[in-house]
Design a protein around this ligand. Structure first.
Ligand code: ADP
Ligand code: MG
Length: 334
């Protein structure tokens, strides 16, 4: 199949002209513009087969995942998602693969109201680069650098379910014996991540001070907020929303906490907010139907970027030294 035929057949219908996308696919470039008093927000991510996704991942799930992980970065800014481009590298032209991929991409794009305004199609080892475009009222984005001493630290959703899903798709440790319901939830969290777009926007409007998405795991990503904001954070391990079946299955609490803190792929939002936002945040949680958990506090800059505490002090010390040991050691949880 010729490249133009491929694009026409599988990708043209995903391009919609909107108030943001003035000219979509089909010409030499796309043209887009933010609303008056708004700025454009851009983020890009590449997914390489065997590196960022398992080579046997179904093409519709791959499409969903590629869009969701990109949109998660816009969600973390509190931006409205508007459009994206897709640079697709394919080893061969397989109509069945492409049809399933484009149907999955169409569903995901429609669910987030984004238009596929352009891209590129080449031959080579399977990889996808998506660039997502959003908009924000000028000067209003949720940055990593906005945390203030005295703010609360919050996280959305639950932690560790996606890690369990990944284990189930690869080589799960023997102790990870989950029942049917928990297995399904874990696989869903890993396979079909959802970008917290509505939540990110609601958090921006609620006046939170800093935010990011925790795609690499809370332990590592929390350090980015601390560094960018020149503060330190304390995190109460007892307040972490660990995926309940993981807590039940793990040989001990430290193991479950390590998976939840360092497992990654959760695509939840970690954010800081002044104490006066607490009641607004409980409204936001209800409106967006996403649990929000207050898990810590922001403190003045200190040598330790993150301090972990728990009622069980020995447990907190174990986790603290695991974190200092670095991610490689920390992810060795089998
Ligand atoms: P050029 O040779 O100018 O790079 P292409 O032949 O690569 O043009 O693309 C033709 C049109 O199809 C462009 O508008 C481009 O944005 C669009 N396009 C190409 N590949 C994709 C894709 N994978 N998804 C969406 N649009 C695509
Ligand atoms: Mg091209």
């Amino acid at each position: 199949m010729h490249e133009f035929e491929l694009i026409r057949r599988y990708f043209s219908s995903l391009s919609q002209e909107t108030s943001f996308v003035l000219l979509g696919q089909g010409d030499d470039s796309a043209v887009f513009a933010p609303a008056p008093e708004h700025v454009c927000v851009v983020s890009t991510d590449t997914l390489v087969s065997g590196v960022h996704f398992l080579p046997n991942l179904a093409p519709d799930k791959l499409a969903h995942r590629a869009l969701a992980v990109n949109l998660s970065d816009l969600a973390a800014m509190g931006a409205d998602a508007r459009a994206f481009t897709l640079a697709l590298t394919l080893p061969k032209t397989e109509p069945a693969w492409l049809a399933t991929f484009s149907a999955g991409l169409a569903r995901a794009a429609q669910a987030s109201a984004v238009s596929l305004m352009g891209g590129d199609t080449t031959r080579g080892p399977l990889s996808l680069t998506l660039t997502v475009f959003g908009e924000l009222p000028a000067g209003s984005g949720l940055l990593r650098s906005g945390a203030h001493v005295g703010d609360d630290v919050w996280v959305s959703g639950q932690l560790g379910a996606a890690w369990c899903g990944l284990q189930l798709c690869t080589a799960a440790p023997a102790w990870l014996a989950l029942d049917q319901v928990a297995r399904r939830e874990a696989l869903r969290a890993f396979d079909l991540p959802v970008a917290r777009l509505a939540l990110g926007k609601a958090l921006r409007l609620a006046g939170v001070s800093a935010a990011l998405d925790i795609s690499d795991g809370l332990a590592g990503d929390a350090r980015h907020i601390a560094r960018a904001s020149r503060v330190s954070l304390s995190i109460d391990l007892d307040a972490l929303p660990v995926f309940t079946p993981l807590l039940a299955a793990a040989p001990d609490r430290a193991t479950a906490l390590r998976c939840a803190l360092a497992g990654g792929d959760d695509y939840e939002l970690l954010f800081t907010a002044p104490e006066r936002c607490r009641s607004t945040l409980s409204e936001v949680s209800k409106q967006c139907d996403v649990p929000l958990h207050c898990i810590g506090k922001v403190h003045p800059q200190a040598e330790k970027l993150i301090t972990y505490s728990a009622n069980d002090e020995a447990l907190a010390e174990r986790i603290q030294s695991d974190v200092l040991g670095g991610f490689d050691h920390f992810s060795g949880v089998s």
